[in-house]
Design a binder for this molecule. Sequence first.
Ligand code: 5GP
Length: 181
Amino acid sequence: MVNDLEQILLTKEEIGEKVKELGARITDDYKDCDLVVVGILKGALMFMADLIRYIKIPVLMDFAVVSSYGVSTDTSGVVRILKDLDQPIEGRHVLIVEDIVDTGLTMHYLVRNLEARKPLSIKVCTLLDKPSRRKVEFKPDYCGFSIADKFVVGYGLDYAEYYRNLPEVGVLKEEVYNKCC
Ligand code: 5GP
């Protein structure tokens, strides 16, 4: 799998250190809060699993599935909730955990959708951010790494559903796109 990468952007050690740091900040910021951590599947699976182990306060965990790119590497701009939260968030603090913010459309839509449910607060923690790709104004509250405009895979992020189990984050070789799907 790692042989399909043209470049490793983030090693598992770099990711691990950053996740630990984010967990400590979140622990500090949400002391004595009723916090629901919402992971966005499937991309945030690894990040969520690692991050919550560094959040040292009791939290509720929930998950949502939001429509994403399918097998293409370009965004459609249409956002849909395919699986909603299991629990009410009214009167609670919500932290959305996302793999990557790209155009910002998904988070912009989701935050507004969840705001209508009257939580005490909503913040977004993303592992990766591609600020140069924004189509709507959106700034994550917590961000692991700001990266350039490149399509990345690994640590939960896929290409055509593959590469999620790669421990690193990297850029695929051009030839992989040509042979796959
Ligand atoms: P946005 O709505 O911000 O454009 O896109 C958010 C979603 O697009 C992410 O949750 C992710 O599923 C997908 N995405 C955006 N950039 C990348 C990328 O570089 N690699 C992968 N695998 N998915 C991406």
